[in-house]
Design a protein around this ligand. Structure first.
Ligand code: HEM
Length: 513
């Protein structure tokens, strides 16, 4: 009896101490004089975050109420939502060494050894990978890929002919186009993906991006009780291993899409290596080859080697496939929505395209079109695609613009507020679509669709090249008009990292040239 009483008292004391510590964490922002919306005990602001239909818009609303720097609690973890550009300049550029990690679901940060890719790598590992991969995305290397992109846009133009004078969801076609482009440019696979609706690469990649980890119960538990993360990681890894084993022993059970793609990429890379060893193929100019040229199968030490491990090549190619496909197709979908709504802007673009002389190099040609460049920038200002990808985790306690920011806390820019700030984007109303506003220099932190600083999007040039090449061909041959239900079907939704419309219903008509 005595033992039971002692155990009971011990347990109650433990729970009281836990709740006391938990409660004192909620003083974090109050002690720093930073405003914060009302929170719930234990959940922090998660109840509002989880129930919010569009988190990006929720951040914007809270900014209107609580100002340019306010605090939220993810469970008990402090998260600063910031639209103060000076503060963000410190975090993303000047003090980058104290903020080099990104906030991601814990399972993505737990991948070990050579299975880590750029998006989730941190510290020296990220630095080494980025240093080696950066040269694959220079304009010189991208110019070598224009013919591959051109062929994919050819297929899109042929496909569009089937939809001429009809109303259809052009977003679906863009998804197939961008997947086609990334498969050719990343690892040299040519498929009939824009026609073949059963294409396996496309289906598997679609399923990978559809999986929203933030909605996973174990991930949510990890947010609320970070001390459970090691245990939850074992459960999640166990679940994955179990599914993989089931597939191995019962082949009728499907392999997980992520592993299907990775195995396929590994197979393609192995073929590439063995045929180049036998000098059977000519040197390729895709991302896979550029990365294989700096590859070893030996152990890689982050602070010494200027090489990638073979497994890192595979996992990064997989990342480019996923990161490159949904972002760029969404940017094209928003562009088309605007073109359908703004006929005068569309005509102005068509005039620029018609007048621009043909050139041997399409890369230079599209890059010399000033109005097209302003147009694309204005689309990305009004419709930022990956605002949640741009978070930073604090790696060493530091002071930013007079605020002490503690190790482990997170900085999340409120991209929408910044992109619509009249002080940064005036004097014309930032709610108006006006490409010309990009003709004057703005604050260096005013425009951030691709992130900012050393960790900004590595695929930015690639995405802009692809978008511009596609829009030039589209507008050269067709004019775009809104579909009857374009507005009601253009509903925005948030996934793990992407803010996207559900559909873009338009009608296209052949231009008489
Ligand atoms: C319109 C298209 C795209 C948009 C709007 C976009 C946006 C972004 C954003 C906001 C980030 C986070 C940057 C930061 O944290 O500061 C990011 C990171 C990244 N993006 Fe993109 N992206 C696009 C296309 C692409 C493409 C085509 C690729 C690859 C071929 C790509 C690969 C990556 C990678 C690997 C990262 C992580 C970089 C790192 O952590 O070092 N993205 N992107």
């Amino acid at each position: 009896m005595l033992l039971t009483d002692i155990l009971l008292i011990f347990l109650v004391t433990l729970i009281c101490v836990y709740f006391f510590i938990l409660n004192s964490r909620y003083l974090y922002f109050k002690q720093r004089g930073i405003p914060s919306p009302p929170h719930n005990f234990f959940f922090g602001h998660y109840k509002s975050i989880w129930s919010s239909p569009l988190l990006t818009h929720q951040f914007q609303q809270w900014t209107q109420q609580f100002g340019s720097i306010y605090g939220l609690f993810e469970g008990t973890r402090p998260l600063y939502v910031v639209s103060d550009v000076e503060f963000l300049q410190e975090v993303f550029i000047k003090q980058f060494s104290s903020f080099h990690s990104r906030r991601l679901p814990f399972i993505l940060q737990k991948s070990a050894g050579n299975k880590v890719h750029l998006l989730s790598a941190n510290g020296e590992k990220w630095h080494r990978q980025r240093h080696i991969i950066n040269p694959a995305f220079t304009s010189g290397k991208l110019k070598l890929m224009t013919s591959k992109v051109h062929e994919c846009v050819d297929s899109l133009v042929n496909k569009l002919a089937e939809h001429c004078d009809q109303q259809f969801n052009i977003y679906l076609l863009y998804k197939r186009l961008t997947m086609d482009v990334i498969c050719r440019c990343a690892f040299g696979v040519i498929t009939d993906m824009q026609n073949d609706i059963e294409n396996e690469y496309f289906i598997k990649a679609e399923r990978c991006v559809a999986e929203d980890l933030e909605k996973n119960l174990l991930i949510r538990l990890g947010h609320l009780m970070p001390w459970l993360i090691p245990f939850l990681t074992y459960i999640m890894i166990g679940q994955i291993l179990f599914k993989r084993l089931m597939h191995k022993f019962i082949p009728s059970i499907e392999e997980m899409p992520r592993f299907w793609l990775i195995e396929r990429l590994r197979y393609l890379a192995d073929i590439r290596i063995s045929s180049s060893e036998k000098s059977e193929t000519k040197h390729q100019t895709d991302l896979l080859q550029l990365m294989l040229d700096a590859t070893t199968r030996d152990q890689v030490k982050d602070n010494m080697a200027k090489r990638l491990h073979f497994d890192e090549v595979i996992t990064n190619i997989y990342l480019f496939m996923i990161a490159g496909y949904e972002t760029t197709s969404t940017a094209l979908a928003y562009s088309t929505y605007i073109l359908a709504k703004e006929p005068l802007i569309q005509q102005k673009l068509q005039r620029e395209i018609d007048q621009c002389p043909e050139s041997d190099n399409e890369y230079d040609r599209v890059h010399n079109m000033t109005y097209l460049d302003w147009f694309v920038r204005e689309v990305l200002r009004m419709f930022p695609i990956a605002p949640q990808a741009m978070s930073r985790e604090c790696n060493t306690t530091t002071v930013v613009c007079g605020h002490s920011v503690e190790l482990g806390s997170v900085i999340q820019p409120d991209m929408l507020t910044i992109h619509y700030d009249p002080d940064l984007w005036g004097p014309e109303d930032p709610k108006i679509f006006l490409p010309e506003r990009h003709s004057v220099p703005r604050h260096p932190m005013a425009f951030m669709p691709f992130g900012l600083g050393p960790r900004s999007c590595i695929g930015k040039r690639f995405a802009l090249m692809e978008m511009k090449m596609c829009l030039v061909r589209l507008l050269r041959h067709y004019s775009i008009y809104p579909g009857d239900h374009m507005e009601e079907k253009f509903k925005l939704k948030d996934t793990l990292l992407i803010l996207q419309p559900e559909n873009v219903y338009v009608e296209i008509k052949k231009r008489s040239l």
